[in-house]
Write a protein that binds this ligand. Structure first.
Ligand SMILES: [Zn+2]
Length: 130
């Protein structure tokens, strides 16, 4: 069973009309359901944005753990060595404390570019060090 709110709204209106409700009652139902589906749509959009923001904050929290050792400069951004190679996201070469950079767009596979959340410095994504 699908949980498409528009389909559910249509079903409710359909139930109202087949149950013999007067047209003005069904129209009123339709108007109220339209308000609900619009509100739901806004909330879904907001939820998607919040999930994205949460993902960014989790990445930031993970990558801001203190660490020792130098960075590896690769394609204009700094990379942190890990036991298996390098971390997933680079660090800003412009800021003196080298904060973590975000991929833009932030979800999916490889980003188009890296961006520093502090100074705004960007670098094109040019692969990852191996
Ligand atoms: Zn920076």
């Amino acid at each position: 069973m699908s949980i498409n709110p528009i389909e559910i709204a249509k079903d409710i209106i359909n139930i109202g009309s087949t149950a013999g409700l007067k047209k003005d009652v069904v129209d009123l139902q339709a108007a109220k359901l339209r308000i609900l589906t619009e509100q739901l749509s806004l909330l879904v959009t907001e939820n998607t944005q919040l999930k994205l923001e949460n993902l960014q904050l989790k990445t930031l929290a993970q990558n801001s753990q203190p660490f020792a050792g130098g960075f590896h400069d690769f394609e204009g951004v700094l990379w942190k060595r890990t036991p298996n190679g390098f971390g997933k996201t680079p660090y800003c070469p412009q800021c003196s404390d080298h904060p973590v950079m975000f991929g833009q767009p932030p979800m999916g596979g490889d980003p188009m570019l890296w961006q520093c959340s502090v100074c705004g410095f960007t670098a094109d994504f040019s692969g990852r060090p191996r």
